[in-house]
Structure formats: C-alpha cells, structure tokens
Design a binder for this molecule. Structure first.
Ligand code: ADP
Ligand code: 5GP
Length: 200
C-alpha cells in the first residue's frame, strides 16, 4: 500500500512520519531526490538523495521519476527505482508536495492521500521560525506557498490536524491501520481463512 502525506512546509510531516515508522515494522519511507541544500542533521539516503540540478534534469529526461515538482525554488521528485525498491515487500510512505500528490493520484489511484494541517497559520509560522534552518526570506516564501497549498485539502482522503503531536501521531496511525483493514486490502488473507473453513 502507498500512503501519500502532504501539507505545507513546517507543518510537521517529517516529525509525524518518523514517529509512525518507529511503530510500523512493515512500512518504509520512500526517499525522494532533491536539489535543495542538505540541512543540519539530514542524512544522505535517509532524508533525501541530494543531487545537482543537472543530475535531476537528466533523471527527468530519462523518465526515471514517478513524479516531480519545483517546490520553493528547488527540484523534488520520487524515483521509480526507489518506489520499486521499497514497495516490493512493504507498504510505503511518500512525503511530497501537492503537485506531486496530484501526479501520483493520476498514476496510482489505489494510494491513500493524507493532508496534514497546522492548527493555525500563526502556529505554522512559529514552527518554521523555530526550526531555524531557513533564512527569514525562505520562511516567508514557504508561508506564501502554504497559503496556496492549504486550499487543496479537499483533494485528499484524510485530514490530520497536527496541533498536539501525540494526538496527531495517533490519528495518522489510525488512518494507516484502518486502510490496512479494508475489505479489498484483506482479500487474500480472507481467502485463505475461508479455505480453512472448507477443509473439514
Ligand atoms: P515538515 O516536514 O512538514 O516541513 P517538520 O517535521 O520539520 O515539518 O516540523 C517543523 C517543526 O515543527 C520542527 O521543528 C518540529 O519539531 C516542530 N513540530 C512538529 N510537530 C509539532 C507539534 N505538533 N507541535 C509543535 N511543534 C511541532
Ligand atoms: P523540505 O525542503 O521542507 O524537506 O520539503 C519541501 C517540500 O517538498 C515539502 O512540501 C515536501 O513534502 C516536498 N517534497 C519532498 N520530497 C518530494 C518529492 O519527492 N516530490 C514532491 N513533489 N515534493 C516533495
């Protein structure tokens, strides 16, 4: 199964996803490629694959990406190779922007789309400023983009409001658990249970 997480920069997507990954053994994070600079504490191959613009453009030209977008002035994209790698034996989570989520919806209708909202615009601003890894201009840019991104919430299947972190983590985990219990997701398991009923 594929879980697509979107929402404005600074809303807490990375924080939420990390907490969810700690608790679900069989879910992995699909690492994106980006041309933006590595932040303090970020690890190549864990948080992103950090590449040059020319390498990213080569990947676009050679059709290596499932989706890509320019976000806050940098390129971001999900490679087909990464999605295949993580998706073979496990469910996976994508943390991508609205444009990317729209592209995934066109290609992979079975994915589950989850939008993360801040409790208030002012709180988003506070979080971006407190994270402290962007210049004032970059924070401003992200907030302007957020005013647009927030309008697209209705294209998603679920909304998680990240006010109190513990509660938001619980909501996100509940969504994932519910999706994994859906009739169509469980059909193989159900079939083998039903078979056991016919054996005696
Ligand atoms: P995103 O990945 O969406 O850009 P981050 O996960 O980096 O956002 O979170 C942005 C900042 O907000 C981080 O400093 C993080 O610790 C903080 N944060 C995340 N969730 C909460 C929350 N529920 N309450 C307060 N601060 C939070
Ligand atoms: P950040 O620079 O804060 O890590 O991410 C900025 C924005 O880029 C976030 O909205 C994040 O979801 C988005 N993003 C990260 N990876 C991808 C990706 O592979 N594709 C797309 N379309 N957006 C991405």
């Amino acid at each position: 199964m594929l879980f697509v997480i979107s929402g404005p920069s600074g809303v807490g997507k990375t924080t939420l996803v990390r907490r969810v990954l700690e608790d679900f053994e069989n879910i992995v994070f699909c690492v994106s490629h980006t041309t933006r600079k590595k932040r303090n504490g970020e690890v190549e191959g864990r948080d992103y694959y950090f590449v040059s613009e020319s390498e990213f453009r080569r990947m676009i030209e050679e059709d290596e990406l499932v989706e890509w977008a320019i976000v806050h002035g940098s390129y971001y994209g999900t490679s087909k190779k990464e999605l295949k790698k993580v998706g073979v034996n496990a469910d996976c989570i994508l943390d991508i922007d609205i444009q990317g989520a729209q592209q995934i919806r066109e290609k992979l209708q079975d994915a589950t789309f989850i939008f993360i909202m801040p409790p208030l615009f002012q709180e988003l601003k506070k979080r971006l400023e407190a994270r402290g890894d962007e210049s004032a201009a970059s924070v401003q840019k992200r907030l302007e983009v957020a005013r647009e991104e927030i309008k697209y919430y209705h294209q998603f299947d679920y909304i998680v409001i990240n006010d109190e972190l513990k509660r938001a983590v619980k909501d996100l985990k509940s969504i994932i658990r519910s999706e994994k219990c859906r009739l169509d997701t469980r059909s193989l398991e159900v079939e083998s249970i039903l078979e056991s009923f016919t054996e005696y």
